[in-house]
Write a protein that binds this ligand. Structure first.
Ligand SMILES: Nc1ncnc2c1ncn2[C@@H]1O[C@H](COP(=O)(O)OP(=O)(O)OP(=O)(O)O)[C@@H](O)[C@H]1O
Length: 365
């Protein structure tokens, strides 16, 4: 359906895409993942010519859309785009947001366009909001309107550019549910996303972008469980694991907690579990800070999220004398260990390379 050959894009001196080659077949759902700034959005924007590529070819069917004879408005009609920031028309009602395109660009009658729009709004769960204005809607509702608006133009493929990035975490799932439904119905889609669990279960193929190219591609299982190339492996490891080094007793507790919360939010970990993590970290740090004694303060904290089991492990390593907080009578204050035991399970202790290593799983709500 879409074939991309040697696509490149420069912004002045900056080469964002150097040599992108890809094929998207009808009915496929492609997730595009990768570190920030690696050109994922630029790639999508080149596909529907919101950016003019610097070189290469893009074919839709047999049509070379970069050829000067290409009918750009027609090509854009075939490719819907959903943006991070919704891009709804603020002065139009929800219904009018959906009907304006078909009436003006497809030549539909008002009645025909409204009938279709109402059906689509019902489909995305917003049948009661047809007369509302975008400002009266939550972020999740706005994004569902944006998806319905896109569908109103009957596109052959929908390009999603980080559709949930601007949303409050509580609204992510309602938007992802709509995209999942479209995937089930066979809609061809390419989705730039930071939602890895979603990418894993909704897509047929995943493109990992790095270094200006599609650095590795494969099924979700290949990319998430068995990445072959070094940078893909490092990326997948990084998104699953949060690490924080504490090298001084005067560490910035608020900055650390903020980073822990961001990590938990990214993996849609419930607030209750998040709070348990913060409490566990506080208790463990109190124990290990004392245990560090006069030695160099050197503590490593890791949070490791396993999507499949939906479990969160906390690992704390510290330099200093042997200190296993779970041994009887090791600590004078037993309250800390009691709290830790009540919030976690599968606790394990090891002494590795002169360091104390504690691993535990945070108890689920
Ligand atoms: N219109 C533009 N003019 C100049 N530079 C741009 C423009 N659009 C994007 N860039 C630059 O191109 C690079 C790639 O941006 P892009 O948004 O495609 O990355 P991304 O992989 O989607 O990142 P993220 O995951 O953070 O959204 C960035 O360095 C960005 O600053």
């Amino acid at each position: 359906m879409i074939k991309v050959e040697h696509l490149s894009k420069k912004f002045g001196e900056l080469t964002v895409l150097s040599d992108v080659n890809a094929e998207i077949k009808k009915g496929e759902v492609i997730s595009i993942i990768g570190p920030s700034g690696t050109g994922k959005s630029t790639f999508l924007r080149c596909l529907n010519l919101l950016e003019v590529p610097s070189g290469g070819n893009i074919f839709i069917g047999d049509t070379d859309i970069l050829h000067q004879s290409a009918d750009v408005p027609k090509i854009r009609q075939k490719m819907g785009m959903v943006f991070q920031s919704f891009n709804l028309f603020a002065h139009l009602t929800v219904l009018e947001n959906l009907t304006i395109g078909p009436i003006k660009l497809l030549g539909w009658s008002k009645e025909q366009a409204e009938k279709k729009a109402i059906g689509l709004l019902k489909m995305v769960g917003l049948g009661e909001k047809i007369d509302s204005f975008p400002d009266e809607l939550s972020g999740g509702q706005k994004q569902r309107v944006a998806i319905a608006r896109c569908l109103a133009m009957e596109p052959e493929i929908i390009l999603f550019d980080e559709p949930t990035s601007a949303l409050d975490p509580t609204m992510v799932s309602e938007v992802l549910a709509v995209i999942r439904r479209l995937a089930k119905e066979g809609m061809t889609m390419a989705i730039v996303t930071h939602e890895m669990d979603f990418a894993r279960d909704v897509s047929n193929r995943v493109f990992y972008m790095d270094e200006g190219i599609i650095y590795e591609e494969g099924t979700p299982r290949q990319i998430f469980d068995f990445p072959q190339k070094e940078k893909t492996r490092a990326f997948i490891h990084r998104i699953r694991n949060f690490t924080y080094h504490i090298g001084t007793p005067n560490y910035d507790l608020y900055a650390m907690n903020g980073e822990i919360e961001t990590f938990c939010e990214k993996h849609v970990i419930p607030k209750e579990t998040r709070n348990k993590v913060l409490l566990l970290v506080e208790e463990l740090l109190a124990i290990f800070s004392t245990g560090s004694g006069t030695q160099a303060f050197d503590i490593d904290l890791t949070l490791s999220y396993a999507e499949k089991q939906d479990s969160l492990d906390l690992i704390m390593e510290s330099a200093g004398a042997y200190l296993n907080p779970f041994e009887e009578n090791v600590l004078s204050d037993q309250l800390g260990t009691t709290i830790i035991k009540s919030l976690s399970e599968n606790m394990g202790f090891q002494r590795v390379n002169e360091r104390n290593r504690l691993r535990l799983t945070v108890r689920k709500p």
